[in-house]
Design a protein around this ligand. Structure first.
Ligand SMILES: Cc1cc2nc3c(=O)[nH]c(=O)nc-3n(C[C@H](O)[C@H](O)[C@H](O)COP(=O)(O)OP(=O)(O)OC[C@H]3O[C@@H](n4cnc5c(N)ncnc54)[C@H](O)[C@@H]3O)c2cc1C
Length: 427
């Protein structure tokens, strides 16, 4: 069908990304990522959706090439390390979010594993840098091979409760004990993003014989350590190339210095900061998905006709289109406003503070809800093209739901907001 309209059409850059807070260099990097997504990711979106078991296949798949291009050839992996350790990183939360958004526009799963390592780097950098560990990891992160550090937090009996520090680590069943200069870890974790191709794991443990907060420990271990075994990846509703599954730890040993924070009391701050960072940056993924939904819908309503007129020229439809654009404006505004505050801890507080956890929780929830509304409305507007794969919208809805749940789930996040604003104490 030919395009029927000549009116001006807006693009995904016409919303509220705060370009004044993003350096020229990062804006250029975002353009490079956009080109990579347009040329190499979006044309294969359906195939990517089918490759949930790519780590189990014997042959070298195009998915391996995608990781290599994104993380090594385009230099994303190097950007995870701060310059003092040889990396090209050091970008602000706003800048990192802008890059996540670009990749998530292409594929949620690609972005989910692609940006999992910096979550662990943050844990060994905030509140204090663990220089020994950073120096140990630097050659791998700066090398020519894909090097993923995954975060093993969720456990079979619970996810939200394991990361809920109000429970003082009582729900963390993965145990660590110190024997001389070595940690010995036993436990079972589920779901770490990119677990099949990860080279190291960051494991949230409870230290035997220690009281809260010293019992909270994040210990980094190479994935090929004796005593570690993994399952096959799960088949999920979306985010298929982000592999998730079981990891078992049986008397796994790691040197003492592999604890993320050397001062035991700092590990709690690190975990809380990590939750704030995780929840806030997790909202950049739905934002990327919303931008993709906008592009697909914009082109569709321009061409598709109802009663001989382009869809977008019908009053009821224009009302819905206004809602879609309004959602994206609101989500992007709230998200970047919060990210910019996070970049000024001197003025607004540190990421381990309860108010930061509450803000990040609200951002992930609200952006997720606006994202769900946006994609769901877009899908409905596309009729049968909306629910069929060829329309390219239904994948976005499946991925978006995952983005709403990760890092604790929406209900726990609401409880944490209530704890901060209403003083809720008993739950
Ligand atoms: C693509 C993907 C990537 C992931 N990546 C990782 C990863 O890198 N590392 C990792 O460890 N995990 C990861 N996960 C797991 C994910 O973080 C968990 O699924 C999520 O945290 C929820 O935990 P759960 O599934 O155990 O649900 P539960 O904790 O059982 O939660 C179920 C529901 O109960 C709510 N809830 C939880 N606690 C409370 C409470 N105290 N009061 C009231 N309601 C509560 C939750 O909000 C949720 O709505 C990933 C999952 C996916 C799908």
């Amino acid at each position: 069908m030919a395009k029927t309209s000549t009116s001006q059409i807006r693009g995904i850059d016409d919303f509220l990304r705060p370009d004044h807070l993003i350096s020229d260099e990062i804006r250029m990097f975002c353009r490079t990522l956009r080109k990579f997504v347009d040329n190499e990711v979006l044309p294969r979106a359906e195939e990517i959706d089918d490759y949930w078991d790519w780590t189990e296949r014997k042959e070298q798949t195009f998915v391996h090439d995608l990781w290599k291009k994104l993380l090594i050839d385009l230099g994303l992996q190097k950007s995870f390390l701060p310059p003092e350790f040889g990396g090209s990183g050091g970008g602000s939360t706003v800048e990192i979010a802008a890059t996540i958004q670009e990749v998530a526009r292409g594929d949620y799963g690609l972005a989910s594993t692609g940006f999992i390592s910096p979550w662990s780097i943050a844990a060994i950098t905030i509140p204090k840098p663990n220089e020994v560990l950073l120096k140990k990891l630097a050659p791998f992160l700066l090398g020519d091979e894909v090097f993923i550090i995954t975060s093993a937090i969720t456990e079979p009996h619970a996810g939200g409760s394991v990361e809920d520090m109000k429970l003082k680590g009582a729900q963390i069943r993965t145990r660590a004990r110190l024997e001389g200069n070595e940690w010995v870890i036993n436990g079972h974790k589920l779901w770490p993003s990119g677990f099949r191709e990860a080279k190291w794991f960051r494991v949230l443990c409870s230290v035997e014989g220690e009281e809260f907060p010293k019992n909270i420990a994040q210990i980094l271990v190479p994935a090929d350590s004796p005593g570690i075994s993994t399952s096959k990846p799960y088949r999920k509703m979306g985010a298929s190339i982000d592999t998730n599954g079981d990891i078992w730890f049986e008397n796994v040993r790691a040197p003492k210095e592999n604890r993320a924070q050397q001062d035991p009391e700092d590990d709690l701050k690190s975990v809380l900061a990590n939750i704030t960072i995780g929840r806030l940056t997790s909202a950049a993924f739905p934002l990327g998905i919303m931008k993709r939904a906008f592009e697909i819908l914009r082109d569709y309503v321009d061409i598709r006709e109802i009663a001989g007129k382009p869809m977008k020229e019908h009053g009821a439809i224009a009302h819905e289109l206004g809602r879609v654009a309004q959602n994206i404006i609101a989500a992007e505004a709230f998200f970047y406003f919060a990210a910019a505050r996070m970049d000024r801890p001197d003025a607004y507080g540190f990421p381990w503070e309860a108010k930061s956890v509450a803000l990040a929780s609200a951002v992930q929830n609200v952006v997720g809800e606006l994202g769900w509304d946006t994609v769901s409305r877009s899908l409905e507007l596309m009729g049968s093209y909306g629910y069929s794969r060829e329309g390219r919208m239904e994948k976005l809805l499946r991925d978006l739901k995952i983005g709403q749940i990760v890092v604790g789930g929406p209900i726990l996040r609401l409880i944490e907001i209530a704890r901060y604003y209403f003083g809720t104490e008993t739950i």
